[in-house]
Design a protein around this ligand. Structure first.
Ligand code: NAP
Length: 254
């Protein structure tokens, strides 16, 4: 028996990288997965094709989450697709994965516009998406917010990104308390350096340096994160809420 059989899931930013890995893993566990994208429609379709090849069920939903109006449209499309596939708009699992990664920028070079971009995509959007998803979520529902190990290890040129990811952990903490009475859990999963398929991960010297940050001396693979998210999304994790799950491969052990 697949442990997420009969469940529905929305994974934001599933057109590539970790989001794609999470979508594939949840589908392998039996969930019907909404594969969300912004600019990467082709990538999202590729994720759906991979899921179908693996015997799973999925569909795409688009929308740039930096605009509140687009989030509303995303949910209109999501509800319509869910009704078509299952006869109801119930959403059991939300994975807030989409994020703006940006480039390393020292504190003195962070402009108000850049700071706004990080906070809008990485903090405001997950908040608004969770708010909307909760309207569709029954008891046993799961919200998984993808944070980052960088919230607990100083890296000055990542200050704006880290600020936005710390906000995600606050979303987790306070929302978890608020929805616990409904039987819904809210947790963060915090990856460390993870090979998301970007070109930097084919540069051996860079990979070696990143690998050295982990106690296991390798960079994370998307499956390392997807497996943790799948556990948190499952019934087995019913007693965990309001937590930040370290999925950095021991990068913060010192
Ligand atoms: P990625 O490969 O850069 O993919 C980012 C995803 O987010 C894409 O699917 C992209 O959609 C979507 N996205 C970006 N801006 C968006 C917007 N304005 N509206 C809607 N969607 C948007 O990312 P990743 O490395 O897999 O990271 C996934 C998550 O893990 C993120 O939350 C990231 O902060 C976190 N994380 C990653 C690492 C790492 O080393 N990779 C480490 C720590 C934490 P489109 O391509 O369709 O535009």
């Amino acid at each position: 028996m697949q442990r997420l059989a009969g469940r529905t899931a929305l994974v934001t930013g599933a057109s590539r990288g970790i989001g794609r890995g999470i979508a594939r893993r949840l589908a392998r566990d039996g969930a019907l997965v909404a594969v969300h994208y912004a600019s990467g429609e082709a990538g999202a379709k590729e994720t759906v094709a991979q899921i179908n090849e693996e015997g799973g069920q999925a569909f795409t939903v688009g929308g740039d989450v930096s605009e509140a109006g687009r989030i509303a449209e995303l949910f209109t499309a999501l509800e319509e697709e869910l009704r078509q596939h299952t006869g109801s708009a119930t959403l059991h699992i939300l994975v807030n994965n989409a994020a703006y990664g940006g480039r390393p920028t020292l504190p003195e070079d962070v402009t108000p516009e850049l700071l706004d971009r990080y906070l809008t995509v990485n903090a405001r959007a997950p908040f608004l998406i969770a708010q909307r998803a909760l309207e569709l979520m029954p008891s046993g529902g799961r919200i998984v917010n993808i944070s980052s190990g960088i919230t607990r290890s100083a890296q000055p040129d990542m200050i704006a990104y880290a600020l936005s990811k710390s906000a995600v952990d606050q979303l987790t903490l306070h929302l978890a308390r608020h929805v616990a009475g409904r039987g819904i859990t809210v947790n963060s999963v915090a990856p460390g350096r993870t090979d998301n398929g970007s070109p930097v991960f084919s540069q051996p010297a860079v990979v070696e340096r990143m690998a050295g940050l982990s106690a296991f001396n390798r960079v994370g693979q998307v499956e390392d994160i997807a497996d943790v998210v799948a556990f948190i999304a499952s019934d087995d994790a019913r007693w965990i809420t309001g937590s930040v799950i370290d999925a950095t491969g021991g990068s913060l052990l010192g």
